[in-house]
Design a protein around this ligand. Sequence first.
Ligand code: SF4
Ligand code: SF4
Length: 384
Amino acid sequence: MTPDRSPPSDLVQRLATRAAELGFDLFGITPAVTVEGYHRLVEWIDAGYAAEMDYFADRLPAYRDPGLVLAGVRSVIVLSYPYHTLPRFVRDGNANQRAEGKIARYAWGDVDYHDLIHPLLTDLKSLIRSACPDAEARGVVDTAPLMEREFANLAGLGWAGKNSLLLNKRRGSYFFLACLLTTLDLPPSAPHETAHCGTCTRCLDACPTDAFPAPGVVDSRRCISYLTIEHRGPIAAELRPGIGDWLFGCDICQEVCPWNRRTDSGPSREANERLQPRPGQNPIDLAELLTLNDDAFRARFRRTPLWRARRRGLLRNAAICLGNSGDRSALGLLVSLLADREPLIRGAAAWAASRLGCDTTLLRDRLAIETDPDVRAELESLLS
Ligand code: SF4
Ligand code: SF4
């Protein structure tokens, strides 16, 4: 028997009301179609811009057909969840002028956004199931192959900006996108058919690593967000200076966007308490971070979004930020990290120590006993 796909007439209004109560601030519905942007995704992967994120290519059929994410899907409910918070725990004067690293705004709190948003989608799913027991639904927040930004555009939430993010005239771009797929035929919202970047190119001009080969297209291989969070190996030497003091992620192409500077997209709105900045979470004292062993690192970051980079990734980033800082007071610490058990950290520490002008004898001494090929190559390059 074919399940009844026609929901009660008030279901959409009930879903929208409940979504707002849960903290979602944009809501729209679109049919579950193959989105136009699928072809752009294929081109993006073919150009190599996905870097080492092989899962994009591996899951292409599902990006084309949302029916592979939820069998029989007919509608996609698209929601936004704001994370526009203000810095609250600025170090008191930072009297010693110690070098610090910046964290992308979405990660200032103590909760991983997947963990925060998924239960909220489950709540909305229950509402669907109680109204239509035959209906299926599945919540997705970066947890399945789905072209969320494209569906958000079709559902009327906004347009894809030249910085590649979804922009909304009232809410800017500091929000997470989440989707609820369902087998119900829900009345679609009007798509957002216009773009409002105009002649602006601020995001393209401001990117410190030239990660935009074209407007709206990000080459992950050059993007600081990818390099400092997802990339597992050494970061290419020519990109390290552009990383500046970004320790985890990068917000530059959002910070410069005029749509994020309007008062109604601003941080005065209530964002979830668990996304609010925690003491010591932004900025982070780099030298202090570099002293953390595995246990101390776990204790401090296990429940935060920064855990994703793991100790070796975050300390690699910290060493690069220190190398960029000009803070020679950290030189001794960097030299001690030449003996860290993680090759990734040894290599980054060598680069940073060299950039801060360390005695090359120390690098030569390390090369004499170094066994890791990547670290050896780094030391040889620095010494040449
Ligand atoms: S996140 Fe930073 S590095 Fe990546 S594209 Fe935006 S400005 Fe460039
Ligand atoms: S900075 Fe300008 S070009 Fe870039 S996304 Fe914002 S409005 Fe568009």
